[in-house]
Ligand binder design. Sequence first.
Ligand SMILES: *Cc1c(COP(=O)(O)O)cnc(C)c1O
Length: 375
Amino acid sequence: MISFNVPPYVGEEDKYIHEAILNKKICGDGPFTKKCNKWLKEKTGTAKALLTTSCTHATELAALLADIKPGDEVIMPSYTFVSTADAFVLRGAKAIFVDIRPDTMNIDETLIESAVTDRTKAIVPVHYAGVSCEMDTIMDIAKRHNLLVIEDAAQGITSTYKGRQLGTIGDFGCYSFHETKNISMGEGGAILVNNPSDIERAEIIREKGTDRSKFFRGQVDKYTWVEAGSSYLPSELNAAHLYAQLENIDKIQADRMKSWNLYYELLKDLAKEGKIDIPFIPEECEHNAHMFYIKAKDLDERTALSDYLAENDINAVFHYIPLHSSPAGKRLGEFHGEDRFTTKESERLLRLPLYYGLKSDEISYITQKIKKFYN
Ligand SMILES: *Cc1c(COP(=O)(O)O)cnc(C)c1O
């Protein structure tokens, strides 16, 4: 069976985890967490990067920093993972779902402005497959209506929009280092705090609402409870795993990109014949080979194709039942405007195996089977 995903492993993870144990530094914000935070800050250019226990928690932290309150509205796509909405509905906000663009599966930036009301507090663009949303348009709408922008860049590490790293364009950016993402710490993530004025509060809320970070820097002589917070810092064991992967990120990304490009080469004729659609990368976007998907004609054809691939020992998967059609989405959100593409395109999409170490032979085999299915 060719798995859909195998968590990345580069070889130094064990050594670093062992080092954390031997040094008796296993709780949060130790040397490995600091190294990861520094790496993320330098690589992305954000004002402050902080590791978190997940991208879900990074987004919750952003919702707290944005002071989201009951009655507020937050604009996002319906075609996304539940965490995008959870973070805001937990604070009592209503999720306002806007349709996606069929070419990138990202929120349709031309439909956002008509969804803005006087209750709107934030826009949450999700950079699907590590391909950026149309950020200039989104930032312009946010600026004119005085809204915050929180980027769900869970899939977007190293991707860029007009040369800028995803997660650094809005007010806050959220990364995931779950084992299904390009680089991993098992469960974990990071928040990018892009406005220096938000850094102090971000540190406080992430550390149970205390000014502990200032205490450790020697800026206060005792630490205390200063506002409502939670515990969003991961263990050093997870940070040690991540740091080994950050150090080897070029190797991981080059390998994934090679696989992505091979899929593209081997499937582009089938796309030209109009049998399937393959990913589209806008000119201003550099992607990170997070995902390779194809689109079948419709739901029936996708079901037949994924069954056929399973019979041939290939695990291809789909995801995201649009949030507005889920039980919670119906209660906690509302679709603004017409669902022209969200449901239809989500039913066509099938993700092909893609992970660090996937072999070229396996990609040839997978694409041969797809071609056989269509001929
Ligand atoms: C993976 C993912 C998340 C959640 O990440 P966790 O680290 O598992 O919490 C959120 N949004 C999107 C778009 C994702 O792909």
